[in-house]
Design a protein. Structure first.
Length: 192
């Protein structure tokens, strides 16, 4: 009979392997990730975990970051690309979006210079853009702190990179919240 701690233990092992992506360690074969499903109405692929619109790119103009996003496997990341963590949401799904990349030039190294209030834009598969503003920066997240992967009750974008090449070194996480668009004022129904 599997232990009730198995999901957390498996996630901890996956995070350790992601840490290996920040070093030169070779990762074991990752667990299979369910394939995305396609919405018949929009033709936009979303994770099998729920609705949302797939993000195809990320731009943080103040940091010079402009990279493509792909569906990650939770254990490795390709140089020059940003991985979407399996089982986390996509934009407009109303929960946690978790993206990770290497702390190298032309990757997420520039995240180390992020500042509260800077804009983050995600290019979406439907041709639109989701905008966020950086609201929190935590430069020393314990490598085994899994709470950062927990679903959130509202949409939150978390970006992760490494602090060093050691597998158990703290993680660098930037959190951003959606930009709230002001609604146009309704026309007055009162006649003078």
């Amino acid at each position: 009979m599997p232990s009730k701690h198995w999901p957390r233990t498996a996630t901890l092992l996956i995070l350790l392997v992601i840490a290996g992506g920040c070093s030169s360690a070779v990762s074991p074969t990752p667990p299979p990730v369910p394939p995305p499903t396609e919405s018949a109405a929009s033709g936009v692929r979303s994770p099998s975990a729920g609705p949302g619109v797939v993000a195809t790119g990320i731009a943080i103009p103040a940091l010079g970051i402009d990279m493509p996003i792909y569906q990650g496997d939770g254990s490795t990341v390709k140089l020059g690309k940003v991985a979407h963590y399996p089982s986390t949401a996509w934009p407009r799904a109303g929960s946690l979006i978790y993206l990770y990349a290497h702390a190298q030039e032309h990757n997420f190294l520039a995240l180390w210079k992020a500042k509260i209030g800077e804009q983050v834009r995600l290019r979406l598969a439907d041709g639109s853009t989701a905008s966020y503003v950086i609201s929190r920066i935590d430069a020393k997240v314990r490598w085994n702190d899994l709470s950062w992967l927990d679903p959130t009750p509202t949409e939150v974008l978390r970006l992760q990179t490494c602090n060093s090449y050691q597998e158990t070194a703290p993680r660098f996480i930037v959190e951003a919240r959606p930009v709230v668009q002001a609604s146009p004022m309704p026309r007055s129904t009162i006649t003078p």
